[in-house]
Design a protein around this ligand. Structure first.
Ligand code: ZN
Ligand code: ZN
Length: 155
């Protein structure tokens, strides 16, 4: 988990990027950044919008999408692609934790995992590729323990 200090630095960077792009102070900008800075894993844009509204702030889902899209394009937010075409977002804190996700194909549950051996293997691979590697995404798919126990109902 990223330290409070790293999260603080990330928040400042993210607010700066949104500010330069003309997102007005307050509004969705502040709320999206604040919410993501406090999360340990990814959320959908819908969940982010709902989280903000449950905190009492009024924010439109469209402005949440706009803010997320910009933060993703500037490398401040990681976009986790789900199999169904949806996506989730989480803060990409520089020097913070680095984890990947295992996704259940049936119920959509997303579980983060860390694996130092995997990271080292990817670093070795990067050294071998004739490509300047800037990052990587790993998504492992399958059935979560709950869904694996329950036979799929025939419909
Ligand atoms: Zn995550
Ligand atoms: Zn499941």
């Amino acid at each position: 988990m990223a330290s409070a200090r790293k999260r603080e630095e990330w928040s400042e960077l993210a607010l700066g990027v949104l500010g330069e792009a003309g997102h007005r102070a307050g509004g969705a900008r502040q709320a999206v950044v604040q919410l993501l800075a406090g999360e340990d894993c990814c959320l959908s844009a819908q969940e982010i919008a709902e989280g903000i509204r449950s905190g009492g702030d009024r924010v439109g889902t469209a402005s949440v999408y706009r803010a997320l899209d910009l933060l993703h394009r500037t490398g401040l937010v990681q976009r986790v692609e789900l199999g169904d075409g949806g996506a989730r977002y989480e803060a990409l804190v520089p020097g913070g934790d680095h984890h990947h996700h295992v996704i259940c194909d049936r119920c959509g549950r997303i579980t983060p995992f860390e694996d130092p051996a995997l990271e080292r293997a990817i670093e070795r691979l990067a050294g071998r590729l004739r490509h300047r590697v800037s990052g990587h995404d790993v998504v492992v798919r399958g059935l979560c323990p709950g869904c694996a126990r329950t036979p799929r109902s025939r419909s």
